[in-house]
Design a protein around this ligand. Structure first.
Ligand SMILES: C[S@@+](CC[C@H](N)C(=O)[O-])C[C@H]1O[C@@H](n2cnc3c(N)ncnc32)[C@H](O)[C@@H]1O
Length: 365
């Protein structure tokens, strides 16, 4: 079975390390490939059959897709591949011809193996690159082709709002992919614990990527701009043994972080501090790891305050940080200046896709 796994752009390597380690634990043969066919934000896993022994000692097949949906912290979706194909030249083709090719391709697939005629279905589509067709065109064309195929076996049921089976059709550049989306309509990065929705919250998958980059080893940990608490909560959910602090300047967000932590069942594992990160040393004497999604101040007016905010924060951080810091921001110039002028060194830099932007991520020591 081939599973197409989706995640944020720029963290495919970390997601594939996680997937390998999860698959190792269930003893299934596998091969994992980052960015299959060069497609960013994707990891392909070819997996063999996995089994477990039930309470009566019987050997049962284990659904690898369900297992990954349950256990992964870095993935967004787990999609069982039906087929994929290279559609050379589709970018320049007129809509009728491009959609005709997609329809013929889908019509040749054994779709009935993946959905019972009694089950309702819907097609969700995704398109990236230059094309003369839209993702809505793709969903309609693929939906019609599947409907026609299933009609040979009975009366197919389409339910666009609450389908039992979700087909996912993707056209990325000149690669077309069709699969069954086992995750459902809500991406895995939308955590069920989020009861307080901060306007600039970080995706939980990216929070976990930042934690992986920080490699916290049990020492004390702080998110000095913790907002709704995404990073500290995700760390606590991993069973982190060290002290975890969540510092935030605004009471409303700190209360939100507390509510999220309560809902995640980790309220007792985190210290919530109402305070200003530019006076960090007044709140903590020393800290081993600091990981944060810095304020970007996209609103005009506030943006001019960013260089000073970063400079003040990093000069405070220099007084207390013992091991490593990981920070994500759009403000490349301001952060690099603040890092360098306060005696830190950049050990690693990468771009991560977040909210439609490629955001700069730094590991500093
Ligand atoms: C990008 S948001 C962090 C979002 C967070 N990662 C989450 O997932 O909810 C930045 C946060 O920094 C807070 N903030 C701004 N200036 C601050 C300061 N001087 N000290 C502490 N927090 C501050 C903002 O109120 C905001 O909640």
């Amino acid at each position: 079975m081939r599973l197409l796994l989706t995640t944020s752009q720029g963290i495919e390597d970390l997601a594939s390390v996680e997937v390998r380690s999860l698959l190792d634990k269930i003893g299934v043969p596998f091969r994992v490939e980052e960015k299959p066919l060069g497609v960013e934000g994707r990891v392909l896993a070819e997996v063999g059959e996995a089994f477990y022994t039930d309470e009566k000692g019987r050997k049962r097949e284990l659904s690898v897709a369900t297992y990954l949906n349950e256990k992964s912290r870095l993935l967004h979706r787990v999609i069982v591949e039906i087929a994929s194909g290279s559609f050379e030249g589709i970018s320049d083709e007129e809509p009728e011809r491009a959609l005709g090719r997609i329809e013929n391709f889908v019509a040749s697939l054994p779709v009935e193996r993946f959905v019972k005629v009694s089950e309702s279905f819907a097609v969700r589509s995704f398109r990236k690159g230059e094309h003369k067709i839209t993702s809505v065109d793709i969903a309609k064309t693929v939906g019609k082709a599947i409907f026609d195929l299933l009609s040979r076996f009975g009366k197919p049921k389409v339910n666009l709002d609450h389908p039992s089976v979700i087909f996912r059709a993707e056209l990325i550049g000149e690669t077309f992919f069709l699969g069954i989306d086992t995750t459902g309509d809500s991406s895995l990065h939308k955590r069920p614990w989020r009861v307080y929705d901060h306007p600039a919250h970080l995706k939980a998958s990216i929070a976990n990527a930042l934690i992986e980059l920080a490699k916290p080893d049990g020492g004390s940990f702080i998110d000095p701009f913790c907002g709704s608490g995404t990073i500290p909560i995700e760390l606590a959910l991993k069973g982190y043994s060290g002290r975890i602090a969540c510092l935030e300047r605004y009471r409303k967000h700190l209360r939100g972080a507390e509510m999220n932590a309560l809902s995640a069942g980790v309220y007792d594992k985190i210290e919530f501090i109402l305070g200003d990160a530019t006076r960090l040393s007044e709140h903590v004497d020393r800290v081993d790891f600091a990981v944060s999604n810095l304020p970007y101040g996209l609103k005009i007016g506030r943006k001019s305050m960013i260089p000073k905010l970063y400079m003040d924060f990093f000069s405070e951080l220099a007084k207390v940080l013992e091991k490593r810091g990981v920070f994500i921001t759009t403000e490349k110039r301001a952060i690099e200046r603040a890092i360098e002028e306060n005696g830190f060194e950049i050990r690693h830099h990468r771009l991560i896709g977040h909210g439609g932007l490629m955001v700069h991520t730094y590991v500093i020591e």
